[in-house]
Design a protein around this ligand. Sequence first.
Ligand code: PMP
Length: 317
Amino acid sequence: ISQLTTPPWALVNGELVPYTDVKIHIGAEALTRALSVFEGVKGYWDSAGEVFSLRTPRRHYDRLCRSASLFHIPVRFSYDEFLAGLSTLAGELLVPDKDLWFRPTMFVTHGHWGEATEADLVVTAFSQRKLDPDPMRLGVTSWRRASDLVLPTRVKSSANYVGARMARIEVRRLGYDDAIMLNDFGRVAEATGACVLIAQRGRIVTPPTSESCLDSITVDILEEVAKDLGMPFERRPIERTELLAADECGLAGTISELTLVSELDGVEYEQSGLLAQLRQRYLELMRGDLVLPNVDLVPLVDASRALRPVGAGVQAG
Ligand code: PMP
């Protein structure tokens, strides 16, 4: 967030609140036992700059509910309320030509261990520019992605990012942009905030969630795009040397979209093959220039009508 401009508003349990007034109590389980789950949802302007739509918001709501339910966090909001909340916030923060990235966070405010648990839902949103370098240079970190019996990695919980942060700090000190994390078996899990795709001998391959990766919405969408392009797409375990020997490598995520990787631990990848084509097509889909039956872009018509510029922001600390 430090690279993003502080927005004027956040949404707290459906109400607009000045961003800097959003507070959390020191006694909250969210702090003591990391009881916090979240999403990153992206909204795109279409290529004509007229319609602003959310990418697959239902899938994000469903994953947020799955994350919450796994940790016994009660969900107080229906999908319609969730969508209405994003729309309200977009009405305040959306500006022409700039996409918005929303972060809904559900965190436990009350309840000791598992008893009498209550959670708040806070949504923040940021005008998005690309945060990562493109293409990226990666290194394999010595930190492992937790196994399923240590922490559930298929859902999106704050606790999962403790190890990812250590990994990122380690490889950044070595001069890389991001880390590849291996799982408990020494096979490829994912990067610190995105999934890994490789291309080799005409096929796209990515590890399944059982390899300790997040159940990624972008990977599911990229699979649809690949199918539409007639590219073979496989989910199976990938070993470290297979990753190093691949023709191409990319990172997939809501924010990363499909970012190409130029290098892993000094080994270089091709930049203009299947993954570059896949990325191109994915961006066309996001801008409304391609329509696929299983990928919903939900227009926020009210947001487009209520357009007004964001006030001068200050840099977040
Ligand atoms: N893995 C991790 C650890 C992530 O933080 C993300 C970003 N949410 C992803 C994978 C990609 O998931 P998605 O496509 O749903 O954004």
